[in-house]
Every structure is written in structure tokens, then in C-alpha cells.
Design a protein. Structure first.
Length: 337
């Protein structure tokens, strides 16, 4: 984080935190959605919990300098998601089911939060746990110097590709593994991420890279994924100026949409909380106060400000009662920067 953006959001941050803590959180962590379901769908729904949410809450706690919050979130995350293969990506309280897969993106964020907590709170135990989990991550999710999306704990296999926005270079460069193998991993993953750049005209990134074919593929370009890729690059000062310029123009115009074709045509007109949360984080990371402030303003257009609503202070749809963990946690993380 390069500078402290000059924007006053204490009230919004507190109200959002209260909404998440009081309405969107249960004994196992933050609900995937405020509205519950039977929890049998292929993707997580309802009051299922995700390691993604735990990792975001831990990161928020570190950035906020909240030692107690970090301690309780990490204890809950460990209890809910920890397995011999690292972390399960998902837990269903109704079915009492741990899914056997991890998600590299969330494991890396959890590990990164532990390293950061070790530094911020001067706590060796967190640093040691980060080191242990980074070794497990390397053992399971890395083969021949390349990182894979997930590891299946039951079948002891990975998939055969990597999703580019999973490549968290900042955490990869801190993994507690041998210097030489870390260097190889970092070089390989940095190359895959940077070579996934689409074009100067549409400066976003490919979705995934298939190790078997050696090719990139993207059905559509999901904005959240490309912004995560740009944030991952910005954290290690490797962002492309064309990407930043494009993001700034779109944020200013309020025209960053959820999905694009590969040549940069909007594939829908959906605007979301998480999109502007991510552009705010990118702004904070590169020390661009105006991008941060403008993004927060855009993000706040989605806030529920009706004090009579159960969603008050949060981000969701008051008519349907839907409020998703990802949008709300990304917004809280953006405030925390």
C-alpha cells in the first residue's frame, strides 16, 4: 500500500462492518448469501461459507490493525476450513460437508494474511503457521514449478490449468520454500500472467492458461477477474500504464461493466460493487488518490442507505433480500485500504 488516500469513509466502513457482523455472519463465518438455500447446488449458495470470505476478513483485520478481529477470524477459519491438504474452499453447515478441493487464490490470500499479521501484530506464531501452510500449498498446488487452481484432497490430483487472477505474485514471492524453487515458480507464474495481456486497445487479461495445450482461453472477459490480475501486478509494481489509464477513464464515466468480449465490447451492462472496490484497491496500491476516491464514490452508489432495511449499510438488493459475501467483503476491504 503506497499511500493513505484522502477520503473520509469511517461512517460507511463502520456501518458495513456492522451489517456483515450482525446480518451476514454465522458460527462458521460469513454467509455466501444472506438468503439461505438447501445448500445442494454445484456452486456455494445461501448460508454456506467460503475460505474466500475467511481470507478477505483476515486481510481486512490486518489492514485495520485489529488484532482481536484477526485472532477470532483465523481461529474460525482454521476450525472451519483446515484439512490435511491445506484448506477446503467451502463448507456447508446444513450438510455438514467439507468440500475436498482447495482454491489456490484463497489459500494464497490466507497465507499472505498470516504473514502480514505476523509482521503487523509482531506475532511469530502467525509467521510460523504461514510458513507451514505455504509448504503444504507448494506440495499440493505446484508441479514442476507451475501453480494449479485446485488440489483434490480425495483423489490427490490437480486440474490442468491456472486461472490468471489466482496468481498472487506478492504472496508467491514470500512463500517459505527453498529460494531456488521459489524463484522458478515466481518466474513461471509472472510470465504466464504478464503474457496473458490482451492488447493496448483493451488492456485486460486472459482468463486461464492450459498447461496441456500451452494456450490461453477466455469465453468472455470477466471484469472482476481482470481487475484482480491487474491488482496482483500492481502489488509488485508490474501494472501496465495502459490498464490504469483505461480503468480511470471507465471509472470516471461509470461504465465499467461486468463482462466484455475479447475485443473490448461490453457483453452486458451489469455494474457491481466488487468492480469498483477493486479499482479502489488498485488506486490505493499505486498511490493514485483520485482513482481511489472516485472508485469509492462509484462503489457507494450501490450502498443500501434505507435505515429501515435489513440490508442497511451493506451492499445488496433490498427488493429480493439478496446480499453476497464477495461484494460486501470486497467493499469492506476497499474501505480498509
Amino acid at each position: 500500500m503506497k499511500s493513505q488516500p484522502a477520503v473520509h469513509i469511517d461512517k460507511e466502513e463502520q456501518e458495513l462492518y456492522t451489517f456483515i457482523a450482525k446480518q451476514l455472519t454465522g458460527p462458521y463465518g460469513v454467509y455466501t448469501n444472506l438468503q439461505d438455500t438447501d445448500q445442494t447446488a454445484e456452486a456455494a449458495t445461501g448460508h454456506e461459507v467460503l475460505s474466500e470470505s475467511a481470507s478477505l476478513m483476515m486481510r481486512i483485520a490486518v489492514l485495520s490493525g485489529n488484532k482481536e478481529l484477526f485472532s477470532s477470524e483465523w481461529a474460525k477459519a482454521k476450525q472451519t476450513f483446515s484439512t490435511e491438504g491445506g484448506f477446503s474452499y467451502r463448507y456447508s453447515p446444513k450438510l455438514q460437508k467439507h468440500y475436498p478441493l482447495n482454491a489456490a487464490v484463497d489459500d494464497l490470500r490466507l497465507i499472505g494474511a498470516l504473514y502480514a499479521a505476523g509482521d503487523t501484530f509482531d506475532n511469530k506464531e502467525y509467521t510460523n503457521e504461514a510458513a507451514e501452510y505455504s509448504k503444504i500449498f507448494y506440495r499440493n498446488n505446484v508441479k514442476d514449478g507451475y501453480m494449479y487452481d485446485f488440489y483434490d484432497n480425495d483423489f490427490r490430483v490437480t486440474n490442468d490449468f491456472v486461472t490468471l487472477c489466482y496468481i498472487n505474485l506478492d504472496v508467491l514471492q514470500n512463500l517459505s520454500i527453498n529460494d531456488e524453487i521459489r524463484g522458478i515458480l515466481l518466474h513461471n507464474m509472472n510470465t504466464i500472467l504478464e503474457d496473458g495481456y490482451l492488447s493496448d486497445e483493451f488492456p485486460f487479461y486472459e482468463t486461464r492458461f492450459n498447461y496441456k495445450t500451452g494456450n490461453y482461453s477466455s469465453e468472455k472477459i470477466n471484469t472482476v477477474e481482470s481487475l484482480l490480475s491487474i491488482l496482483n501486478l500492481a502489488e509488485v509494481d508490474r501494472q501496465k500504464p495502459q490498464s490504469i489509464r483505461y480503468i480511470k477513464e471507465q471509472v470516471e464515466a461509470g461504465t465499467l461493466y461486468g463482462q466484455y468480449t475479447r475485443d473490448g465490447q461490453p457483453a452486458n451492462d451489469i455494474r457491481s460493487t466488487a468492480i469498483y472496490a477493486l479499482t479502489a484497491m488498485i488506486g490505493a496500491e499505486i498511490g493514485d488518490d483520485s482513482l481511489y476516491s472516485r472508485s469509492i464514490e462509484r462503489m457507494n452508489e450501490f450502498r443500501v442507505t434505507d435505515t429501515g432495511s435489513v440490508l442497511y449499510g451493506g451492499f445488496g438488493n433490498p427488493e429480493t433480500g439478496q446480499a453476497y459475501s464477495f461484494d460486501n467483503l470486497m467493499a469492506l476491504l476497499a474501505y480498509s485500504y
